[in-house]
Design a protein around this ligand. Sequence first.
Ligand code: C2E
Ligand code: MG
Ligand code: MG
Ligand code: MG
Length: 284
Amino acid sequence: EAKQRGSNSYVIYNEELGKRKTRKLKLEHDLHQALVKNQLFITYQPQWNVVDNQLSGFESLLRWKHPTKGLVSPAEFIPIAEETGLIIPITKWVIEKACHQARLWYDQGWSQSIAVNLSIRIFQNGQLFSWVEEALGKSGLPPHMLELEITESMVMRNMDDIIRQLEDVRQLGVRISLDDFGTGYSSIAVLDRIPIDCLKLDRLFTNDLETPNKHAIVKGIIRMAKSLKLDIVAEGVEHQEPIDILTTLGCDVMQGYFYGKPMTPPEVSEWLADLKNKSFAFAH
Ligand code: C2E
Ligand code: MG
Ligand code: MG
Ligand code: MG
């Protein structure tokens, strides 16, 4: 009987694997057309400064509306975009589009920053500087309002080359954030070498702060970031209690569903118009 079950689960496992592979191949094929067919769009998630009690920025988060499979998560299609190299034209497009959008909001009187996620492939391409320069020029967005997010795992290889490219864009006035901080294995060493302006504390550390260990770790990270004169953004905050703790520990900027989900520009406009009715907006 055990043998029977064993072979059955082997079949099920194989089928599952096959289905996943078929889906991946299909997505890989279709992603080539996604950009020209206007299936990609950017959502923007607000970042809230709890000290000034005001909007501090937005992070651009890419979405793919597949014609038959519906909304595909970036966790699924970004790795495919990286493998195929499509991440290169896609990122160029995201930088341009996000700068343009941020400039529109800026003209409406909102002076928040706009963040764009980068991938390792962008540094291999070597065009980051010219893309950013062009996007800033075309949109007229003040450079200090653009933020580029990198992760620690990205800078592990070819560190010197990446540092040089980051320093180049930083010369333009653009800010650099270290995303998902605390999830890699080199966090502290990287901080000493990479030119960054802001540290984004991963969601892993911004919930369940009641446990003494997590509390101590987060307290230490925030202290260290402050000594290094870095800004800190807490990612993925969903509840009031961790926000209160993070605020007490000295983290000034929060990003998470508690404040707002990633939204399309029309949804952002509604969110902005409705700010006066949001409880967090008049906390003090
Ligand atoms: P990330 O840059 O760390 O972005 C934060 C992710 O956490 C986003 O997932 C966001 O929707 C989610 N999130 C925000 N607040 C909360 C919360 O309160 N609770 C929970 N559970 N989740 C929250 P998303 O949009 O699915 O993106 C996933 C990842 O895909 C991003 O992680 C980023 O690494 C990557 N990504 C997204 N857009 C781009 C892009 O344009 N280029 C590149 N290279 N990567 C991108
Ligand atoms: Mg990010
Ligand atoms: Mg992140
Ligand atoms: Mg994260």
